[in-house]
Design a protein around this ligand. Structure first.
Ligand SMILES: Cc1ncc(C[n+]2csc(CCOP(=O)(O)OP(=O)(O)O)c2C)c(N)n1
Length: 382
């Protein structure tokens, strides 16, 4: 059904949908995953929304500095994540933490990062939403500079191939991410070396305030695969099944030694770029209204409802449970101590050089005398 192509532009740019906005499956498609798995897709998408809701409140009340909204794009994350095994590699963008939730990363471990506290896997050295996990999946640290994780994904994929492992790497990025050197280097290398990597371009309409159609003069993003000799296709990014099918096919192709695939998932970011952004200043109201009709969770609810797996009451209960779980995680993280001053100097050198040791001693002396520095007010300019 997905049929990625190397050389047929019409096939590459035609958007494939399996589950339409009315909740109907495309003719000839039958669902092969269990009811439990379908409900796991649903709950994972609702958890992403709950994480967004709670983080917005935490940010607005000055308790965390920053957060990244995902309203409208949940199906991309869950559909793609469901196609990967736990031992595969994830090289996500900052708008992909649903992939971690789907695979069982605990919300509390994510909240430790949002607060940058002493239990944060990055020990408070990263921005909020810049998660990194080694368990239960290999979720490489999110990078602020766009596109830098694409060559890293190709490197991990290529290394796995050299070692004779059958793991693949998923690199996920936005439409803006395609304008980077990282995109060019990664697709060039992966195309030539047939690296087992899946490139997932989530075209969510905007790169901050720049509309996707002004980001490139090409006919969408999937078509760029042709120039690199990388198979490519375009799917409906608000359709969890279409994203899953495309990713699964690409993953299986990569595992079998076939090489990379570029998937463009067409979706829409219904919220701001970040909690510091007001999209109403650059997104026309009518565009938002049109996309609201294609909401990925609404259409999945219609589908589940028709199978007897969902009704409004059950949906509300799952939503409340998700909010309670994220809220409890936030409370634990908020009550966890910040990283100690020593962590500034750890994990860099096996043996700390004399001049750094001297700086460390001076800072410890200062904090002993004057106390620890207080946290800032949480303002962040992006
Ligand atoms: C190399 C680089 N250039 C510019 C930025 C500033 N910046 C941060 S996010 C962003 C928009 C990215 O848009 P896109 O890749 O479409 O992802 P989205 O935010 O829409 O998910 C920009 C321009 C950056 N972080 N890195």
């Amino acid at each position: 059904m997905m049929n990625p192509s190397l050389d047929d532009p019409a096939q590459i740019v035609a958007m494939k949908t399996i589950l339409d906005p009315s909740g109907q499956l495309a003719e000839g498609y039958s669902v092969v995953v269990s009811d439990d798995e379908l409900l796991h897709y649903y709950r994972s998408m609702k958890l992403v929304r709950a994480f967004d809701d709670i983080c917005l409140k935490l940010q607005r009340s000055g308790r965390i500095g920053f957060s990244i909204p995902n309203l409208g794009i949940e199906a991309c994350q869950i559909g793609a994540a469901s196609a990967l095994r736990k031992d595969d590699w994830f090289f996500p963008s900052y708008r992909d933490f649903g992939m971690a939730l789907y695979h069982g990363v605990k919300p509390v471990d994510m909240m430790h990062n949002m607060f940058g506290n002493s239990l944060d896997s990055a020990k408070g050295r990263q921005m909020p939403v810049h998660f990194s996990f080694t368990e239960p999946i290999k979720f490489a640290s999110i990078s602020s500079p766009l596109g830098t994780h694409l060559p890293q994904a190709v490197g991990a994929a290529h290394a796995a191939k050299l070692r004779g492992e059958d793991t693949v790497a998923l690199a996920s990025f936005g439409d803006g991410g395609t304008s980077t050197l990282g995109f060019h280097s990664a697709l060039t290398f992966a195309g030539v070396w047939k690296s087992p990597v899946v490139f997932l371009c989530q075209n969510n309409g905007y790169a901050i305030s720049l509309p996707a159609h002004e980001q490139t003069a090409s006919d969408g993003y999937a078509i760029k695969g042709m120039g690199y000799g990388v198979r490519a296709l375009t799917v409906d990014g608000n359709d969890v099944f279409a994203v899953r099918e495309a990713t699964l096919e690409a993953v299986e192709f990569a595992r079998a030694g076939g090489g990379p695939t570029l998937i463009e998932a067409v979706t829409f970011r219904m919220g701001g770029h970040s909690t510091s952004d007001d999209p109403s200043t650059y997104v026309p109201k009518e565009v938002v209204e049109e996309w609201a009709k294609k909401d990925p969770i609404d259409r999945f609810e219609k589908f589940l409802g028709a199978r007897g797996l969902w009704d409004a009451e059950k949906g509300e209960q799952i939503g409340k449970d998700c909010l309670a779980e994220i809220d409890a995680a936030a409370k634990v993280a908020a009550a966890t101590a910040p990283p100690t001053l020593e962590t500034i100097f750890s994990d860099v050198y096996a043996e700390i050089p004399a001049h750094i040791r001297k700086q460390g001693e001076a800072s410890f002396e200062l904090s002993n005398r004057l106390g620890e520095a207080a946290a800032g007010d949480g303002a962040f300019p992006l």
